[in-house]
Design a protein around this ligand. Structure first.
Ligand code: AMP
Length: 433
């Protein structure tokens, strides 16, 4: 038999990596709690029709698509939003709004594997359903900032745009939806000239072309300056002007809430998925040239899946990339870990006693390993040091006769005989003396 490797684009998480991912997952879960988002768990396999409904050709071509044994067209989820929108159109149809929903788990895209880009990757995802107001948009951005700050990340900035502005101009110019999508996809790939060419070929007016050309150049870290310029650019387009005003209100709320969030506004910014209708954003750090997360408003998606018209927006954070960015900033935060303990029997006849003590400690929620290699005490202690275990409980005949065992603090190199009933409290208090 050959030695097997993981499938291209798939990774194993060895204990330290798995621990880091699970810590970040729990952090994301805590942020969800703090902002009032309820966790839901949706299937990894969804109908291809659902996932592809508003995905765009590019995304569709990278889906893990297959027929199941019953002949159904299915795919591995490439995002959470479609599943959440499905639920809001069905199970949550009559739930009072707003709904705040959180999911975390793995997603699948047939991307070209490279640093920070995998075919199986992790996201934490937050959807806020039922509000069209700018405070909902501001909340999603502030929540993202809270997660990144709480994970220990520094120097991240938000790139913010608004697809509603361009789409309103296209709409007023009576451009077909397909053409609009094609233009947005070109802009997502930063092919602005090709996008403009498509606008021209679709028969847009000279005024529209001039307006779009000007908009495409507007970007700056001075958020309100860009918004002012966008406003004067779209003077002749009433709906587009309303969309610029919406962007202004979102930015104002964020700035007035004093969150100290780094923001760059880019009027030419577009994102790959077709379903966005309003504010869109991405979050980046200087250390990586790929985004750590992104999201935006998609007011038509729930309706598309047969639900009530439901204004909504959401964000997905790439957990693998956040971990990578933390690593590059040397900031991998060490979670406050509970003490780890090894219980060692001095002789074979005491193993059952050692296991009994281990059980007692686990009942007190202490992490315990029992030596299962029949090692001598010195060897078992050496191994415990290697594994950075905090305490050893050494079970010997003499102490056992007095209902005690020797507890050794492996960092301070102190040890003491302690009554078995008191070991758990003592380890939890972290103080042997
Ligand atoms: P999206 O759903 O495309 O908005 O992606 C949201 C976030 O998921 C991105 O900003 C990335 O951080 C992460 N992400 C997307 N694709 C991948 C991938 N192939 N590998 C790792 N992370 C990814």
């Amino acid at each position: 038999m050959p030695l097997f490797k993981t499938v291209r684009g798939m990774r194993d998480f060895l204990p330290d990596e798995a621990k880091a991912m699970k810590n970040l997952e729990n952090r994301a879960r805590r942020i969800a709690k703090l902002y009032g988002y309820d966790e839901i768990i949706t299937p990894i396999v969804e109908s291809y029709e659902l996932l592809s409904a508003k995905a765009g050709d590019e995304v569709r071509s990278r889906m893990f698509f297959f027929k199941d044994l019953g002949g159904r067209d299915v795919a591995l989820r490439y995002e959470f939003t479609a599943s959440v929108a499905r639920l809001v159109a069905t199970a949550f149809r009559n739930e009072p709004k707003p709904l705040r929903l959180f999911s975390v788990g793995t997603l699948y895209r047939y991307d070209e594997p490279q640093k920070g880009r995998y075919r199986e990757f992790w996201q934490s995802n937050y959807e806020l359903m039922g509000s069209s107001r700018p405070e909902a948009d501001a909340e999603i951005i502030m929540l993202t900032d809270s997660l990144l700050k709480s994970a220990g990340l520094k120097g991240h900035t938000f790139k913010i745009g608004h697809v509603g502005v361009l789409r309103s101009i296209f709409h007023q110019e009576k451009l077909q939806e397909d053409t609009q999508n094609a233009i947005m996809q070109l802009m997502d790939k930063k092919q602005c000239d090709a996008a403009l060419e498509t606008v021209k070929n679709a028969g847009a007016s000279a005024n529209a072309i001039k307006t779009i050309q000007k908009l495409m150049k507007l970007k700056s870290n001075d958020a309100f300056d860009v918004v002012d310029k966008m406003r004067s650019c779209v003077e002749n387009y009433k709906e587009a002007a309303d969309e610029v005003d919406n962007l202004f209100k979102i930015l104002k709320l964020i700035s007035e809430s004093r969150c100290e969030i780094g923001i760059h506004v880019d009027a030419s910014f577009a994102r790959g998925l077709e379903y966005y209708t309003g504010m869109i954003f991405e979050v980046n750090v200087p250390e990586l040239d790929i985004a750590l997360g992104g999201g935006g408003r998609y007011d038509k998606l729930v309706e598309l899946f047969g639900g009530e018209p439901t204004p909504a927006l959401g964000v997905a954070h790439g957990l693998d990339r956040i971990l990578l960015a933390l690593q590059m900033q040397n900031a991998s935060p060490k979670e406050q870990e509970a003490s780890a303990v090894v219980v060692i029997a001095v002789q074979e006849s005491l193993i059952a006693e050692a296991m009994k003590i281990a059980q007692k400690l686990r009942d007190a929620e202490i992490r315990v390993e029992v030596d299962v290699m029949g090692r001598k005490v010195a060897k078992a202690l050496e191994n415990a040091d290697r594994k950075k275990i905090d305490y050893a409980v050494i079970v010997g005949e003499k102490e056992l006769a007095e209902n005690s065992a020797v507890v050794k603090d492996l960092q301070r190199r102190e040890q003491k005989a302690i009554k078995i009933d008191e070991i758990a409290n003592l380890i939890k208090s972290g103080n042997l003396s």
